[in-house]
Design a protein around this ligand. Structure first.
Ligand code: TRP
Length: 455
């Protein structure tokens, strides 16, 4: 057994790791995306497929990522290299870490733009600007925001600075401190909103919409969406979880911890759905509104209900916290690597990366206004960045990690690091990681790509 620690620090205890990784996992994907894709894809049937994907693909690959991180105790790039050396393989496996750092950088640039919208809505809700809004007006407010590069720039910049501040603080004074404050608040806000929706008189309608099992609504397309989302929502495929795993205690159980993180992430997504849909139904709005559900439909609902200004403010505050803790994890692998490679201080690493993602974010931001004509493969920069990362880089990264850990690391090494309670569970994990997860990811990866490029 190796007992070395990361030069960057270590989580105070097992719960800090669970909370920090949950902070990474719970983000715009859970609160903004999950409710509407579940609604669009047949509710209960979709939720079931999504849960299967989390268990068969998400959990085994997350365990693999944590395992490599804790073994290597460094940034994903160096941990992958270390693990490969230890197993007698070529250092080029570090390339998987590189792919991850690059993916994190690209995801950050458009994630920050959406997070900027959220900040704008926090301010708007708080100041009462959205009181008495009809649906047409709400649509106009959102459209006007997208067309206004100056306002977008301000909030994008604020968000990047918020993340840089945390990264500059390092593992204990930055990441851990933010996690300690933001995650409990996020849970409290979520349950306050759930309480509101339970009392709204429309809870059962929301419940049915999400959990009523309609097998006929389940399509092959929905399976693809469910699988892709399982990846995105658990922050897999780019080394976030590997980096967080490198700060984890040696004695903590990886299996139990990962199950907890996946469980919490799923719980937040389901509760977010249960908090949102009753509000939507209570106001006779369309649950299938798609991506506009959060930025157009919900503000209308909040503007018309009693106490809506307060609940609307709390709702967007919660989304902002969730986006913040996720974005931190997108920057951590790159920051850790810069510190290791160049020996610079955290604040320098944070400033370099912050500037880079801010600059690339300008391109994503301009997709809605100044540079909307600039198309890459028929997509705006924003859509292209989303497509390239979510549909290509993340599945590829996840697939490579599964292959590396499942096929290239010797059995003794992974068995020792996981230290699972029974060898039966270990064998099941290893089997799923070697055969099931890669096959599932490969199929979805190929189909997704084919569909996009052919369609
Ligand atoms: N999981 C986060 C969400 O649901 C987003 C995120 C953070 C992410 N880190 C990631 C997605 C790494 C993919 C890879 O919003």
């Amino acid at each position: 057994m190796q007992n070395k620690q990361s030069i960057h620090g270590a989580w105070a205890n097992r719960w800090m790791f669970i909370l920090a990784a949950t902070g990474s996992a719970v983000g715009l994907g859970n609160i903004w995306k999950f409710p509407y894709i579940a609604g669009e894809n047949g509710g209960g049937a979709f939720v079931l497929v999504y849960l299967v994907c989390i268990l068969l693909v998400g959990v085994p690959i997350m365990m693999a990522e944590v395992l490599v991180g804790r073994r290597g105790r460094q940034s994903p790039i160096n941990s992958m290299r270390e693990a490969a050396y230890e197993a007698g393989h070529h250092g080029r496996w570090a390339g998987v870490g590189w792919l991850g750092v690059l993916a994190g950088f690209l995801i950050f640039s458009f994630y920050s733009v959406v997070a900027g919208w959220v900040l704008y809505y926090i301010a708007g809700m708080g100041s009462g600007k959205f009181i008495g809004l009809g649906s047409d007006q709400a649509g106009q407010v959102f459209a006007a925001l997208l067309e206004d590069p100056k306002t977008l720039l301000i909030w994008h910049t604020v968000f990047v600075v918020l993340v840089m501040m945390v990264i500059a603080g390092g593992v204990n004074k930055g990441l851990e401190r933010a996690t300690r404050v933001l995650m409990p608040l996020l849970f409290v806000l979520l349950f306050v909103l759930l309480g509101y929706s339970i009392n709204s008189g429309y809870f059962s309608q929301g419940w049915d919409f999400l959990f009523h099992f309609k097998p006929e609504a389940l399509t092959w397309e929905a399976v693809l969406v469910a699988m892709g989302h399982a990846f995105f929502t658990l922050s897999l495929g780019m080394g976030c979880i590997m980096a967080y795993g490198s700060y984890m205690g040696k004695k903590d159980s990886i299996g139990g911890t990962v199950l907890m993180i996946a469980g919490l992430d799923t719980l937040v997504a389901l509760v977010a759905g249960l908090a949102i849909f009753p509000i939507v139904f209570g106001n006779q709005l369309d649950p299938g509104a798609g991506p506009g559900l959060m930025f157009i439909t919900l503000p209308v609902a909040f503007s018309q209900m009693a106490g809506g200004q307060v609940f609307g403010f709390l709702f967007f505050l919660m989304v902002g916290f969730a986006a913040w803790t996720s974005a931190i994890s997108l920057m951590e692998p790159g920051a850790a690597w810069l510190v290791e490679k160049l020996g610079v201080k955290r604040i320098t690493a944070a400033s370099i990366l912050g500037f880079l993602v801010w600059a690339l974010g300008l391109l994503a931001l301009g997709s809605f206004n100044l540079t909307s004509d600039l198309l890459l493969f028929g997509m705006t920069a924003f859509d292209f960045l989303d497509f390239l990362t979510a549909n290509i880089m993340l599945p590829l990264g996840g697939l490579l990690v599964a292959i590396f850990v499942g096929w290239y690391l010797p059995r003794e090494m992974t068995e020792d690091e996981l230290a699972l309670r029974s060898s039966g569970i270990y064998l099941i994990w290893r089997f799923v990681l070697r055969y099931i997860s890669p096959a599932a990811v490969a199929v979805v990866f190929a189909l997704n790509l084919y569909q996009k490029l052919a369609g």
